[in-house]
Design a protein around this ligand. Structure first.
Ligand code: WQD
Length: 339
């Protein structure tokens, strides 16, 4: 069965393509290559033994999307990753984010409108802001977004709920990711940040390999066990498997129109704990300094994942040490084999 994977050459998309093949699906990748590398297609072939179907496509081009949908009409489902996702950049360039993240979503939904398709949306724990109660559950109040990026996720979820309510034929699940990190166990695919990494773990691995002089811990005076921020880090392979579980859930007749799931481990780790976990997993000593808190950071967030375990029949299996060692293996691989 064909599953369209938009943004399928990206970090989470590429890992999801592998898990779709492992589950017997036939993924079709579309990607505009604005934040991904075409060579990931060759890397995927090395892992799965075949080159998945790929179309370079700008999802903001309505006619091109319509033409694509005419060519690839018989899909069983769509997993929609394609979006800009840098929080800081979204504050500086909100129009770029609203234009891209909404037009791409709306064009793909319109192109297959009316067809009984299963649709998985890549959402984010960012919608919760700083939860009042931890761990945060899916029925926690969605707070005012702290960035245009987070706002695009919140509004997109509302668009999807309205579509299902209108009975257009789509069945939809929104997956609220916590913090995806790590890399495939083959070290052939992983995170490819553009320029200076904004996220913690790619910055750690680049510091470990010597590309960055030291890590700055953004604040250690928070109301947490060691003063640094707490997040729910999840291995990207576990996250990828959650997308396959969501497709399978929607294939069941019992599934009704729309649902939302927290995709995390249910455990929180502080920045300093992640640094320590990396050193213990890899034997590499890291240099870091404490800097000022980063604007927009929430103090602590981790997910209640009981609904995903019970209803999505999915649970994260890989631990923080495996997340760190796999991220390190990937960093060493691309140092030797630049893409
Ligand atoms: C994690 C922690 C930083 C870098 C982002 C997106 C979110 C989601 C996950 C898509 C924070 C600290 C970081 C550094 C540091 N993406 N940090 N030094 O901000 O929790 O979430 O990725 O769905 O939408 O916002 O991830 O990795 O940037 O930061 O101390 O050099 O590490 O302050 O506490 P974040 P992050």
């Amino acid at each position: 069965m064909k599953i369209l994977v938009t943004g399928g050459l990206g970090f989470i998309g590429s890992h999801t393509v592998v898990e779709l093949i492992n589950a017997g699906y036939d993924p079709i990748i579309v990607d505009d290559l604005s934040n991904s590398n075409i060579k990931i297609l060759d890397q995927l072939e090395k892992i799965i033994g075949l080159k998945p179907a790929f179309y370079q496509l700008d999802l903001c081009d309505a006619q091109a999307v319509k033409d694509f949908a005419a060519k690839e009409a018989d899909l069983a489902g769509i997993i929609h990753f394609a979006a800009y996702k840098a929080v800081g950049e979204s504050v500086k360039e909100p129009l770029k984010y609203y234009y891209n993240n909404f037009y791409s979503l709306i064009n793909i939904l319109k192109a297959y409108d009316g067809k009984p398709l299963n649709f998985v949306f890549s959402s984010s724990c960012t919608v919760y802001g700083q939860p009042d109660v931890l761990p945060v559950t899916e029925d926690a109040p969605v707070k005012a977004a702290q960035s245009p990026y987070g706002n695009t996720k919140q509004i997109a979820e509302e668009i999807l709920k309205d579509i299902v309510a209108a009975g257009t034929g789509y069945k939809i699940t929104s997956l609220r990711y916590f913090n995806p990190v790590g890399a495939h166990q083959t070290a052939l695919i992983g995170e490819l940040p553009n320029g200076v990494p904004q996220n913690l773990v790619p910055f750690i691995t680049q510091a470990a390999i010597g590309k960055r002089e030291k890590i700055t811990v953004f604040g250690d005076t928070y109301n947490t066990s060691d003063g640094s921020c707490v997040r729910d880090y999840i291995h990207v392979v576990d996250l990828a498997k959650a997308h396959v579980a969501a497709i399978k859930l929607m294939e069941q007749p019992a599934f009704s129109g729309y649902d939302v799931f927290n995709i995390g481990t249910g455990n929180g780790s502080s920045v300093l704990e992640v640094i320590k976990a990396f050193e213990e997993a890899t034997g590499v000593k890291l240099k870091y300094e404490i800097g000022p808190p980063r604007d927009g950071d929430v103090e602590q967030v981790w997910g209640d994942v009981s609904k995903s375990t019970e209803k999505l029949n999915w649970k994260a299996e890989l631990d923080l040490s495996t997340m760190m060692s796999s991220a390190w293996n990937w960093e060493k691989y691309i140092a030797q084999n630049p893409l």
